[in-house]
Design a protein around this ligand. Structure first.
Ligand code: FE2
Ligand code: FE2
Ligand code: FE2
Length: 167
């Protein structure tokens, strides 16, 4: 029998996925020339995001920035040391090239996130803070870099124009 904490976890996962899925469906609807349907997907995505936040708050999942950084660091660490290496091996065994590529890109980028979060956590203890500058995120692989976008993504090789600026 499930308890409410488990149900909150499951509902948070499901609503989070629905929110992202609908945003991708909205982009597709726009590309197919259905802007009215795209808007519906975006509106529902907004609502699923509200549901996700409510569920996370109900399980006390948003704490102080220090604690949130610790959660983020251990999550990224788990992904690039445990989860993705196993997933990559399995994808290779099944000759699933798209999955192998997607897992490999994510795996490399999670290492970068782990380092960025660690630096941010240290800055709370008086170490040098990250500079006040924008981040750039590769829209093909997610590679995340502070300051300036590179001419070519070091993870996936995408050109400069594939980088999205994050303020
Ligand atoms: Fe929902
Ligand atoms: Fe990450
Ligand atoms: Fe990339």
């Amino acid at each position: 029998m499930s308890n409410t904490q488990d149900n909150l976890q499951e509902a948070f996962a499901g609503e989070s996925q629905a929110g992202r899925r609908y945003l991708f469906f909205a982009d597709k609807a726009d590309k197919e020339g259905h802007p009215v349907i795209a808007r519906l997907f975006r509106a529902a995505a907004e609502a699923e995001t509200v549901h996700a936040r409510n569920h996370l708050e109900a399980m006390d999942g948003i704490k102080s920035t220090r604690e949130n950084l610790e959660v983020a660091i251990s999550g990224e660490y788990y992904e690039f040391t445990q989860m993705y290496p196993g997933f990559i091996t399995q994808a290779q065994a099944e000759a699933n090239q798209p999955a192998e590529t997607s897992f490999t890109w994510a795996n490399q980028v999670e290492k970068v996130h782990h380092a960025l979060y660690q630096q941010a956590l240290k800055s709370l203890d008086g170490a040098e803070a990250p500079k006040d500058e924008p981040y750039f995120v590769c829209q093909r692989c997610g590679y995340t870099v502070a300051g300036e976008a590179p001419d070519r993504c070091p993870v996936c090789g995408a050109p400069l124009k594939m980088f999205k600026r994050v303020e």
